[in-house]
Ligand binder design. Sequence first.
Ligand code: MIG
Length: 674
Amino acid sequence: MNQTCAVKRYTFGTPFPTHAVVRSIPCETGEVQEMLVRDEGRILQLLLDAEDIVFGLGEQVRGLNKRGWKYISNNTDDPNHTEGKHSLYGSHNFLMIDGIEKIGLFIDTPGKVIFDIGYSMSEQLRIEIPDRNYDLYVITGPSSEAVVHTFRALIGRSYIPPRWAFGYGQSRWSYETADEVREVVREHRERGIPLDMVYLDIDYMDDYKDFTIDSEKFPDFPSFVQEMKEQQVHLVPIIDAGIKKAEGTYSVYDEGMEKGYFCKDAEGKPFEVAVWPGRSYLPDFFREDVRTWFGDHYRGLLDMGIDGFWNDMNEPAIFYSDKRLKEVFAKIEEYKKQNLDVNSFFEFQASVSGLANSPEDYRSLRHDTEAGRIGHESVHNLYGALMTKAAADGFRRARPDTRTLMFSRSSYIGSHRDAGIWQGDNMSWWSHLKMNVQMTASLNMCGFLYTGADAGGFGDDASPDLLLRWLGFAVFTPLLRNHSVRGSRRQEIWRMVRTEECRQILSLRYAFLPYIYSEYMKAVFEDGLLFRPLAFAYPDDARARHVEDQLLFGEGLMLAPVVEQNAWGRYVYLPEDMKLLRMRSACDYDEEILQKGDHWVPAMEHEILVFIRPDRIVPFGSGEARSTEQVSTEELRLLSYIKTKAAYDLYTDDGVKNVQGPEDGIIIHYEQSV
Ligand code: MIG
C-alpha cells in the first residue's frame, strides 16, 4: 500500500470549484506529458494497448473493464439502464488504466465529459470536455491498487454510516400508512426474518411536501418512530429536491420564495418546474445560504427521532416546465388535424416523452454562485452533490457527534465524503444483477463505499429465484435494501414463495456482519477498497486480470455470484488455491479446498459461493441475530483457510458515535496456524 505514486495536476480554462479534491496539488506549468492534448484541451487522447484494461467511472453501464463503449458524464434520471445508454445518475470521472503502466486520470469538472474508451477506435481512449474548464489529475504508480489508493487519498475519506445501516432494509414505493409499516415489521419479526430499516417513500409526506408528514396516515409520528425503534427498526424517509408550490400553506415554499432561494430562469425569475408534487421549485444548492437553510430543515425530522434519509430526484429530475408543456400542447393541436403516419406519429410520441428532463430546460436554469449568476449546463453534474452536502452539513450542525444515515441518487466525486448512493431505478432483470456486481467495484474506486442496488430490482416484476440470487450478492453490499416500484409484484420476502430460503441467505448477512463492518471501516480509514477486481490483487495473472464477474471482498474473501437464470452453478477461476464455502445458511455449508485454476462449481439458487483466500481468517457469527443490535463480536467462529498461519484484526465500535480512525474503536486480534 505504501508504494509511492506521482500526482500531477493540469488546469484548463477556469474550472468551477467542485471540492472533489481535498489535497492541494500544485499546478503543472508545462505541457501535459501523458496524453495528447487537442483543440486547446477540449480533447485528450491516449493510445491503449490491446492488453490494457480501463477500470473506473463509478456509476455507469456495462462491465468492469469499460473498454468498447462511450460513456457520458451527464447526471440523468433514466430508469432504463440498458446497455445502449451512456449516462446514469452520477458522474464519477475517474479512470484507471491498467496496463504495463498504471495511470489514473481524473477529469474534475461539473460539466459534460465524454469518455470514448475504444468505442470509435479500439485502441484509443478519447476524452472530450466540450466546455474546456477543468482540472486534469494524472496519477502514475507501480500498481492499480496503489494508484487508486492515491486517488482516494486525494479525494478524502469516505462516508461512515451508523452500524445499523449495514442491516437489512425493506422498502416499497410506498408504504402508505403507519399500519402498513407495522405489518411489514410484524411479518419480519414473526417469521424470524432479520430487519433493521423500513423506508418511507414519498407518500409519508403531506402532499409530497418535503419535511412534512401526512398526519392522517401517520398520526403522532414521533411516537411511531419510537415504537419502531423499540422493535429495533429505523424508519428512513425520502427527501426530494423539488419544493412544492403551495402559497400560504407551506412555509418551506413561502420562505424559499421570499428569500429568493430557488434556481432562476433565463429572465431571472424563479424557475418553475414540475416534479412529484406538480408545480415546484428547485433550491439553488450552489448558494451556501440556501444549503444551510435546506440542511437545517432536516432537523424537524431528526427531532422526531429519525436518524436516516435518502435524497431523491436530485439530478435534478424535471418532469416538465410550463414553457415546454405549452409547446407540446400547441403541437398536439397541430397533430390533431393530421393523419398521423409513420413519421408524424413518432414525432408526436417523442415530443410528449421529450418533455421530461429536457435539455432546453436545463439550458435555461440559472444558479447564483460566488462567481455570479451562471448557466446550469456547465455545473449540471454537481447539483445532486450539493443537495447531499446541504443535508450532511445540516446533520453535522444538528448532531456533530453522531452518525446519520444518508444516501443520495445523484452524485459527483466528493459526495462520497458526505453520504452513500444507491444505484437508482434498476429493473428486476438478471442483467441488472450482474450490473450491480460490476458497478459496486467501480464505485468503490471512486470513493463510494456505502452503496448498493435495489435488491430484487425496482422496476418490473421480480421472480422468487431472481430475488434469492440477488440477495445472495446483496448480502455483501453495505447498503442492502429490497425496494420496488408501485404497481409491480410485491417483493417483500415474506410475500414471495421462497421465504425460508431468503431468510437463511439474509441470516448470512448478519453472520458476516462483524467482518463486513470491520472491512468497511478499514477501507474508510485506509482509503482502500471493499470490493476489488481480481486484477488488483493478481496483476500478473492474465486470466485473473480479465475476470468480470468475481470480486475480492475485503482482505479474506472472493465472491462469485451466480447472475444467470436457471443456472445450477457456474465456472469460477481461482488465481490461487482457495477454500470454497457453499453456504445455505450460517450453520449449513460445505467446505472444499480447490486448486488454482478453472472450476465448475455447483450452486443451487439458495446457495452462495464464498471463497477464502489462503492464510486468511474471517470471523463469523451465529446468524441468529434478527437486527444489527443483536450482532455481537463475542464468541465469533473463525472461517479460515490456513496453509501456514494467519491473523486478522477485527475492528468494531459502538456504531453510532463519529470516529476518526481505528484508535477510536476496539480491535480484536485473531490468530491461527497449522
Ligand atoms: O421518479 O419516490 O429512484 O426509488 O421509489 C420516481 C418514488 C421517484 C425515484 C426513486 C425511487 C422512488 C421513486 N422516485
